[in-house]
Design a protein around this ligand. Structure first.
Ligand code: GAP
Length: 462
C-alpha cells in the first residue's frame, strides 16, 4: 500500500491506539475510568504540541513587529463574561433522553440522521426531531430542544454563593480584550497591532467526541488584531493568507483543508464575517480553525460594561474611535490531530507492513535518534554517546536508543515519526580505516541509508 490520506473509522482507531502505545495521548484519569472530554498529553504528545505552539508563536508573535504576546489569567471578573455576551448566549442546543436524563446535542443527532442543520433555529430543530421521530442513542423518546450554557462555573474565595461565582474562560480571546488597554498604555502601538496568546479554555460540551477533536478542556492559539474599521476587508484577507501559511508550515496538504464561508444565521453572536477552515479528519470534514471579523463588538461591550474609555486616538487624523478586531483562532488539539492524521502512513518495507508518521522535521517530536549498532559492545555505546552529545548541542529533540535489535529500533522511530536515525557501527570505530568517524544516516520515508562523516553530520541533518 502506498502513502495515502485515509478518511475512515479504522484510521481513527489506529491513531488512537498508536497515540496511547507510543506515549502521545492518554485518556484523562484513566485508572479511575476516565473523565469524558479530557485527555492527557504524554511525553511525545507534549513535544509535538510544543513544536506546534512554538512555530505558531514564532510566525505570528516573535517574527512580527505589530504583535504583542500576553498570558492572561484563566479566571476573570464575571462581569467581563456578562459584557461579552457569553453569560447570556454561549450555548448549544440540547435535548434530553426523557428516560435516562442523558443530554445530547440536538444538532449532532440531526446531522447523524442526515439533516443539514445550517441556519436552523431551536424551534426548527425541535420540529425536525419530532417529524423524523428521532430517538436517543439508547432508543428512548427525546424531550424539548433547549439552550445549554457551556461555561464552567466555579467559586472564588470562601463563600459558595452567587457573590463568588465566576467562570473558567471559554475562549482565550477574553483575556486579550482585558489587556488591550494595558498594552496600548505601555507600548503606544499604532493601528494595526495585535495581541497573541496560547492558553487553556474550557467548555462544558454536551457531547465531547472524536478523540481530542471536541473536548471540555482545550487549548487555543488566538490573535486579536486591532484595526481601523475602514481597512477590515484588507486585514481579513491578510490573515486568511497567514492562516494558509501556517497550514503549509505544519505540513497539512492544501487539498485536505477547505474554506467555508459561515452563513449569517450560523455565525457567533459577535461576528460580521467568519471563515471556517475545515480539515478532512478521519471522521469527516470538520472545523479546524476560524477567522472572524468581530467588529468593535468586544471593545464596545467592555467599554460599556467596565465604564472605561477604550478608544484609540489616531495622531495623524486626530480621530478618536474604537478599533475593530480581526480574530484568527487556532485550536491546539485539533492542529495536533490534523498533523497526526496527515502524517499517518502505511506502506511496505522489506516485505513487511509498516506504519509511520510522516511529520515535517520541524514538527516531529524527535528530530534524530542515535543508536549504537550493538548494545553489548561498550566501545560502540561510548562512541554513540559522544555522537548523541554532539547532536544534542545542536538540536534539542535528540534521543539515544539501544533497546532491542536495530530493525526494531528503526520501526519504533518510524512509528513516532522520527525523520532521521544515526547508527554508530564498527566502521565508525575504524574497522575499515577509510570509514573511520563516519556514521550511517537513515531516512524515515525511504528507509535508505548512507554514510556521512561525523564532521558533516549536523549540516546534513539541517
Ligand atoms: N475566540 C473565538 C473562538 O473561540 P471557536 O470557533 O469557538 O471561536 C476556535 O473556537 C477554535 O478553537 C476552533 O476552530 C477549534 O480549533 C478550537 N475549539 C473550539 N472548541 C473546541 C473543543 N470543544 N475542543 C477542541 N477544540 C475546540
Amino acid at each position: 500500500m502506498t502513502a495515502q490520506h485515509i478518511t475512515s473509522p479504522e484510521k481513527m482507531e489506529a491513531l488512537i491506539a498508536l497515540s496511547k502505545r507510543r506515549g502521545f495521548i492518554y485518556q484523562g484519569s484513566e485508572i479511575y475510568g476516565g473523565l469524558a472530554g479530557t485527555w492527557d498529553y504524554g511525553p511525545l504528545g507534549v513535544m509535538l504540541k510544543k513544536n506546534i505552539e512554538n512555530l505558531w508563536w514564532t510566525m505570528f508573535v516573535s517574527d512580527r513587529e505589530d504583535m504583542y504576546g500576553v498570558d492572561a489569567a484563566i479566571l476573570m471578573n464575571p462581569a467581563a463574561w456578562v459584557a461579552s455576551g457569553h453569560v447570556g448566549g454561549f450555548s448549544d442546543p440540547l435535548v434530553e433522553d426523557i428516560k435516562t436524563k442523558k443530554r445530547y446535542r440536538a444538532d449532532h443527532l440531526l446531522e447523524d440522521a442526515g439533516v443539514d442543520v445550517k441556519g436552523m433555529t431551536l424551534a426548527d430543530m425541535d420540529r425536525a426531531i419530532k417529524e423524523k421521530k428521532l430517538l436517543s442513542p439508547e432508543k428512548n423518546p427525546l424531550g424539548e430542544v433547549r439552550q445549554f450554557n457551556m461555561m464552567f462555573k466555579t467559586f472564588v474565595g470562601a463563600t459558595e454563593d452567587a457573590s463568588g461565582v465566576t467562570y473558567l474562560r471559554p475562549e482565550t480571546a477574553g483575556g486579550m480584550f482585558m489587556n488591550y488597554k494595558n498594552v496600548l498604555d505601555s507600548f503606544h502601538p499604532k493601528l494595526p497591532f495585535g495581541l497573541g496568546q496560547i492558553g487553556k479554555a474550557f467548555r462544558n460540551e454536551i457531547a465531547p467526541r472524536d478523540f481530542i477533536f471536541r473536548v471540555r478542556e482545550l487549548e487555543q492559539m488566538e490573535i486579536e488584531y486591532f484595526i481601523d474599521p475602514k481597512d477590515w476587508e484588507e486585514r481579513f484577507e491578510h490573515w486568511r493568507k497567514e492562516m494558509w501559511r501556517y497550514i503549509d508550515a505544519i505540513g497539512l496538504s492544501r487539498a485536505h483543508v477547505h474554506e467555508l464561508e459561515v452563513a449569517d444565521g450560523d455565525r457567533a453572536h459577535y461576528s460580521k464575517r467568519t471563515i471556517d477552515f475545515e480539515y478532512d479528519f478521519p471522521f469527516g470534514k470538520k472545523e479546524l480553525y476560524g477567522l472572524a471579523y468581530r467588529t468593535d463588538f468586544d471593545l464596545r461591550s467592555h467599554q460599556e460594561g467596565s465604564k472605561t474609555d477604550l478608544t484609540y486616538f489616531d495622531e495623524e487624523t486626530k480621530a478618536r474611535f474604537l478599533p475593530h478586531v480581526i480574530e484568527p483562532s487556532f485550536g491546539v488539539g485539533r492542529t495536533l490531530l490534523a498533523v497526526m492524521s496527515e502524517a499517518y502512513t502505511e506502506d511496505e518495507m522489506n516485505g513487511e507492513k509498516r506504519v509511520y508518521l510522516k511529520f515535517k522535521p520541524d514538527i516531529a517530536p524527535i528530530r534524530v535518534a542515535v543508536f549504537p549498532l550493538l548494545k553489548n559492545r561498550p566501545e560502540l555505546v561510548a562512541k554513540a554517546r559522544e555522537v548523541f552529545a554532539l547532536l544534542k548541542k545542536e538540536f534539542l529533540n535528540v534521543i539515544f536508543d539501544d533497546n532491542g535489535n536495530i530493525g526494531k529500533r528503526y520501526r519504533r522511530q518510524d512509528e513516532i515519526g522520527t525523520p532521521y536515525c544515526v547508527t554508530v557501527d564498527f566502521d565508525t570505530l575504524g574497522e575499515h580505516p577509510e570509514l573511520r568517524d563516519t556514521v550511517t544516516l537513515r531516512d524515515r520515508d525511504s528507509g535508505e541509508q548512507h554514510r556521512v562523516p561525523l564532521s558533516e553530520l549536523c549540516d546534513a541533518l539541517k
